[in-house]
Design a protein around this ligand. Structure first.
Ligand SMILES: *[C@@H]1O[C@H](CO)[C@@H](O)[C@H](O)[C@H]1NC(C)=O
Length: 355
């Protein structure tokens, strides 16, 4: 298997994306945080990480707050459309008897992180471990519905998208009143994130996952909620450095798992430079403002657009919707560029050897 792994190392997730789109409509399972939540937290009665109120969804079709943390579509919604599939529904909206589970499920939950203790003050959310447990239940329900052979094939051929990690920094390590900020040095904290993620990816593999795309961190020091902590309103360079270090460690982790786990085709999707370019040169993409959010937010209490917020007139001119999350228009640019990155052309034609 090792030779395929070496290939998967040079091939990147982006080629994986275009290869997948050329295949028949893939079944996708999505794991993540508020950047990919499509409504799970709406089903958690005590969760404080919710967005099912105006003005969220104002540019969704139909215009409706869905639990997405943006004015319109998430990057995942846009990528699903490129695959020609429906964006997978939130796990908590489904029953395990539902045949819908055979076509893909979204487990993402606002406030979630790699570590259980991340986002603890949101009271309720599905941490990555919780999301994998929900997937385990789905996998078992699929086995009951379709039998051992067909379910193994479905689970092996499905694509697993994971986007996780920013909350482990922003809603954990950077919060001075939480334990992790004191218990670990930065290097120890990063080691803890990577070793925890290693166990989580092995667990997903043991449940049948083979084609895994991990979506790395963007320049989180440049999001409006972090800029307010700098003296001149600029990006917090330390956070950006941490994001790059995290990305580089996850990329190596995926490589090493490809060597260790037969048939694993784990890849790393890197949007750091795409997002940084969008923030540094918004006009290049038709935007005007990338340093503050479209709605006026109070970053001391959450930084979401509240129903009494004033929202900007032209939402297509803003990269950020609230203090954390990109607008629908920015998600479109990021998804388009992730999907069609020309630097990916030199990678092998098929990253999916048959085993
Ligand atoms: C998180 O909590 C679950 C139980 O809810 C436990 O099984 C798991 O080991 C914990 N994960 C970590 C990384 O501590």
């Amino acid at each position: 298997m090792a030779f395929y792994s070496a290939m998967a190392v040079t091939s990147m997730a982006l080629t994986m994306l275009s290869t997948i789109s050329a295949q028949s409509k893939p079944v996708t399972f999505v794991f993540g945080d508020s950047l990919t939540d499509v409504g799970n937290n709406n089903f958690l009665p005590y969760s404080l990480a919710k967005s099912n109120y105006p003005w969220y969804g104002i540019d969704y079709f139909p215009k409706f707050p869905t639990g997405r943390f943006t004015n319109g579509r998430t990057i995942g919604d846009i990528i699903s459309a490129k695959f020609g599939i429906k964006s997978p529904p939130p796990y908590l909206s489904l029953s395990l008897e539902d045949d819908d589970i055979l076509h893909g499920v979204n487990y993402a939950s606002g406030g979630a992180g790699i570590l259980n203790e991340t986002g603890i003050y949101f009271v309720e959310k599905l941490s990555f471990d919780d999301q994998i447990t929900c997937f385990q239940k789905t996998a078992e329900a699929i086995r009951i519905k379709t039998g051992d052979v067909a379910s193994k094939k479905l689970l092996n051929e499905a694509v697993y998208f994971i986007g996780m990690g920013s909350n482990d920094y922003i809603n954990n390590f950077l919060q001075p009143f939480l334990v992790d900020a004191h218990a670990y040095t930065y290097d120890q904290f990063l080691d803890l994130l990577i070793s925890t993620l290693d166990g989580q990816l092995r667990r997903l593999y043991s449940l049948g996952a083979r084609k895994v795309v991990f979506h790395g961190l963007g320049p989180m020091g440049c999001i409006p909620s972090q800029r307010v902590h700098s003296s001149d309103g600029g990006c917090l360079e330390l956070l950006n450095k941490w994001a790059l270090q995290f990305n580089s460690r996850v990329r190596s982790l995926m490589t090493s798992l490809n060597y260790q786990l037969p048939g694993a085709l784990f890849s790393f999707s890197d949007s750091y430079n795409i997002v940084l370019d969008l923030i540094e040169n918004p006009q290049k993409y038709g935007f005007k403002i990338s340093t503050t959010s479209c709605c006026n937010v109070d970053t001391t209490v959450g930084g979401l657009c509240l129903p009494n917020s004033k929202i900007c007139d032209n939402r297509n001119e803003y990269v950020f919707w609230d203090a954390y999350h990109p607008t629908d228009a920015a998600n479109q640019v990021i998804a388009d560029r992730l999907f069609a990155n020309p630097s990916m052309d030199k990678t092998p034609a098929s990253p999916f050897p048959q085993h």
